[in-house]
Design a protein around this ligand. Structure first.
Ligand code: PLP
Length: 379
């Protein structure tokens, strides 16, 4: 029986187990579980990798967004422009600090926020833009930074899905004022639990995040403002120090799988493959195709029956989520995101996906689409 998961965390673990286990055991024996030296060491090495001034780690990507907004003093009465086609964490952070998310629809070709639609949503209350580099693919940062400069807005990049991706030669997450990373296990750089970080060239932002992540004070037991308990565990930093050494190699492996998929599926009708951009490199956190003519759920079920896992990111755009009903975006108000939520399907994608499995995925996917064609479900 074939069993090809959409993602397999254990395959990566096995490939580096020997390297990691000895280091993790040393941390456990050493007892410095909170803010051990590995945390600082990881921050330094990750900043070097990104080629930015400072990295401050924290407990999750969600907290990274929250801390970034707090560091920029964005809160009640402020508006933050973002995409509705993302994970809830993006708007959760905006809401938690008391600000209001303002949705701008995405481009059908890139799934990312459409820079051409941003300006018309800017008001006197707008303080920031949060572009999300979805599926590992960079947003058009040139256009976004131009708008931000023109209107004096902050840019907080949500890099949770795009660690290692570049835009015009720069690492995403280092182009805006602050980049927010997640080390959740399914991300390109994932630890063995929750983890996150912010990256910035701005020492004021870095210092504020540094204080806020440990209860809002410079000195222990002296608190200037309400903070959080949001530190990266020493154990997770230890894991990340090892994994960072492999990140580029893993991102290349993802790219090779994406190229194989594109190559083998380019002649399939009634789908749209992800389009590669000239200005930037995707790191393929997901390989996401659009399946046209309302056949997505059929294709997913067909693959499921063959033992192939696939995922829908995301079945409901954020403006239609119950939690955001007070924002009053009716059905039809952000049509591209709504269309994508019915069309997208992410195929198995992780660096260790064997060539034999890639072949089975391609063959079964082609079979599913051929079935649709034969049964003339399509028009
Ligand atoms: C995963 C993710 C987050 C949140 O990261 P956590 O570490 O799980 O809190 C935020 N934004 C996007 C786009 C994500 O995919």
């Amino acid at each position: 029986m074939i069993n090809i998961p959409p993602f397999d965390a254990t395959a990566q673990y096995k490939s580096i187990a020997a390297e990691i286990e000895q280091k993790v055991c040393a941390v456990m024996a050493g007892g410095r579980y909170i803010m051990g030296p590995q945390v600082k060491e990881f921050e330094i090495q990750f900043a070097q990798y990104l080629n930015c001034e400072q990295v401050i780690s924290c407990n999750s990507g969600t907290d990274a967004l929250h801390l970034a907004l707090r560091a920029l003093k964005i809160g009640a009465g402020d508006e933050v422009i973002t995409t509705p086609f993302t994970f809830i964490a993006t708007t959760e952070a905006i809401g938690i600090v008391g600000a209001t998310p303002v949705f701008v629809d995405v481009e059908l070709s890139s799934y990312n926020i459409d820079p051409q639609l941003i300006e018309s949503k800017i008001t006197e209350h707008t303080k920031a833009i949060i572009p999300v580099h979805l599926y590992g693919r960079p947003c058009n940062m040139t256009a976004i930074m131009e708008i931000a400069r023109k209107y004096n807005l902050k840019v907080i990049e949500d890099v949770a899905q795009a660690c290692g991706a570049t835009w015009e030669g720069k690492q995403v997450g280092t182009i805006g004022d602050v980049g927010c990373f997640s080390f959740f296990p399914t991300k390109n750089l994932g630890c063995f639990g929750d983890g996150g970080a912010i990256a910035t060239d701005n020492s004021i932002i870095a210092e504020r995040v540094e204080h806020l992540r440990r209860h809002g004070g410079k000195i222990k037991y002296q608190h200037e403002e309400l903070g959080l308990n949001s530190r990266l565990d020493t154990l997770q930093a230890t894991v990340l120090l090892v994994k960072l050494q492999h990140l580029n190699r893993w991102n290349v492996a993802r790219t090779q799988i994406a190229e194989y998929y594109v190559n083998k599926l380019s002649d399939v009708e009634n789908i749209a493959l992800p389009i590669v951009v000239q200005e930037g490199n995707s790191v393929w956190n997901q390989f996401t195709v659009r399946i046209l003519h309302k056949q997505r759920n059929y294709v997913q079920k067909f693959l499921q029956e063959k033992g192939i896992g696939s995922m829908v990111y995301y079945p409901i755009p954020l403006h239609l989520q119950q939690v955001h009903s007070d924002l009053n975006y009716p059905l039809g108000s952000l049509p591209v995101s709504e269309q994508l939520s019915h069309e997208v399907l992410s195929l198995p994608m992780f660096p260790e996906l064997p060539a034999s499995s890639q072949k089975v995925v391609v063959e079964s996917f082609r079979e599913a689409l051929a079935n649709i064609y034969l049964s003339s479900n399509v028009r």
